[in-house]
Design a protein around this ligand. Sequence first.
Ligand SMILES: Cc1cc2nc3c(=O)[nH]c(=O)nc-3n(C[C@H](O)[C@H](O)[C@H](O)COP(=O)(O)OP(=O)(O)OC[C@H]3O[C@@H](n4cnc5c(N)ncnc54)[C@H](O)[C@@H]3O)c2cc1C
Length: 411
Amino acid sequence: MATETMTAECAIAGGGPAGVMLGFLLARAGVNVVVLEKHEDFFRDFRGDTIHPSTLEVMHELGLLDEFLKLPHQQVKELGAQIGDDMVALADFSHLPTHAKFIAFMPQWDFLDFLAAQGKRYPSFHLRMRAEVDELLKDGDRVVGLKAATPEGDLEVHADLVVGTDGRHSTVRKLAGLEVEDLGAPMDVLWLRLSRRPEDGSDTLGRIEPRRFFVMIDRGDYWQCAFVIPKGGFNELRRKGLEAFRLAIVALKPSLENRMKEIASWDDVKLLTVRVDRLKKWYRPGLLCIGDAAHAMSPIGGVGINLAIQDAVATANILATPLLEGRVTEEDLRKVEKRRLLPTELTQALQIFIQNRVVSNVLTMKTQPKPPLIARLLDRFAWLRRWPARLIGMGFRPEHVHTPEAPSQAK
Ligand SMILES: Cc1cc2nc3c(=O)[nH]c(=O)nc-3n(C[C@H](O)[C@H](O)[C@H](O)COP(=O)(O)OP(=O)(O)OC[C@H]3O[C@@H](n4cnc5c(N)ncnc54)[C@H](O)[C@@H]3O)c2cc1C
C-alpha cells in the first residue's frame, strides 16, 4: 500500500480531550493542525464523563457554553457521602466564581464530537480517525513528524511540532524515550451501570463501609457506579464469583437488589487500573506530551479530563504564535511544562494524600467507619463546603483562553 504524506505545523497524536481541544484551539488561531486518533469514533464507555466548572468556563470564553449545555447532561451542584451510618455534605459548587456553578456529567463521546465539530469549522483543522501512530520521524535528535498506520496504508505527517496526547499508555512518550515516574496507587476501580428508578432519588453519593468504597453518579436513566478495590484485587474478586460481587453491592445499597440481574457477566464490569504517574520531562526537541500522556491522574475528584483540557488551553496560549511564525523552540516547550507542572504536582499530591490516608484505610478497615473531623466540619458549616468545591471544580491554576480567533478562519 502507498504511503500518504501530509505536512502540518502541528501533528497531534491522540484524539481524547487534550488532543481534540488543542487541535481546535490551534486551528481557531490559524495553525495548520492534524489530529490522529486510532479509533474510528469517540465512542468508549466509562472514560471519564465529568466536565468541571473550569472546563465549562473555557467553553464560555470560547462563546460555546450555551450551545454546549444544550447537549444532554446532568448537573451536579453538591457532593456528599454516606460514611458508615452518617450522611455528610462535602462540597457545594453553587458559589464558584464561574458562569456554570456545577459539574456537568456528559458522555465523553458527546463532548469530543462537539469539540471536533467546532474544530471542523476551521479550514486548517484536520482530524484523521483510524490512524494509529507507531513511529516518530526524526532528523538527528529532533522529532520532525510521525507515522501512523491507517486502513489505506501508512500516513506520514511532517510537522514543526508533534504533541503526544495519546493517554496514560502513550506510545509517543515511549517512542520519544521520555522517562516516567510512577507515584503509586493503592486501588483499582470497577465501573458498572445500573438502571435508575424514580424512587431512587438523584443524589450523587459516595458510600464508605468497612473495606468498601462505592460511588453512585446520577446519569439520568442509569447510575454510573464505581466500586473501589485494593490494587490488583480484581482476579480475587472474580474467583469469588459474580454472585458474591452482586451481594457486596446490595450490602452497600440494599435498594439496588432488584436490578442485580443487570450485572449479567463480568463483561458488564469495566476495570480501571488506577495509575498516578508523571513524566520527568514533558518534551524534547520537536515534541511535547500533555494530558494523561504527561501525567496519569488518580480518579479521586474526577479531574483527569479537566487537567487535560487545562493543559491544552495553556499549550495553545504559549505555542500558537511560535507555531504560526515557524519558530517553536525547546524553551517554548519548557514554558508549557513549567506552566502546567505545579497544578499537576499539587493535584497529584492531594490525590495521593487521600489515597493513602482515606482510601487505603477504608480498604483495610474492619469496623464501621465514623466521619472524620474534617467531614463533620464540612457537613456542619455550609460556607466551608465552598473550598473542596473550588479545589475540585477549578483546580489549582485554571487556564483562560488567550489565543484569538484568526481573522477569516471560521468557515
Ligand atoms: C475507566 C475510566 C474512567 C475514568 N473516569 C474519569 C472521570 O470520571 N473523570 C475524569 O475527569 N477522568 C476520568 N478518567 C480519566 C480521564 O478519562 C483522562 O484523564 C482523560 O481522558 C485524559 O485525556 P487525554 O486526552 O489526555 O487522554 P485520553 O482521554 O486517554 O485520550 C487519548 C486518546 O489517544 C488515542 N490513542 C492512544 N494511542 C494512540 C496512538 N498510538 N495513535 C493514535 N491515537 C492513540 C486513544 O484512543 C484516545 O482517544 C477515567 C479514565 C478511565 C480509563
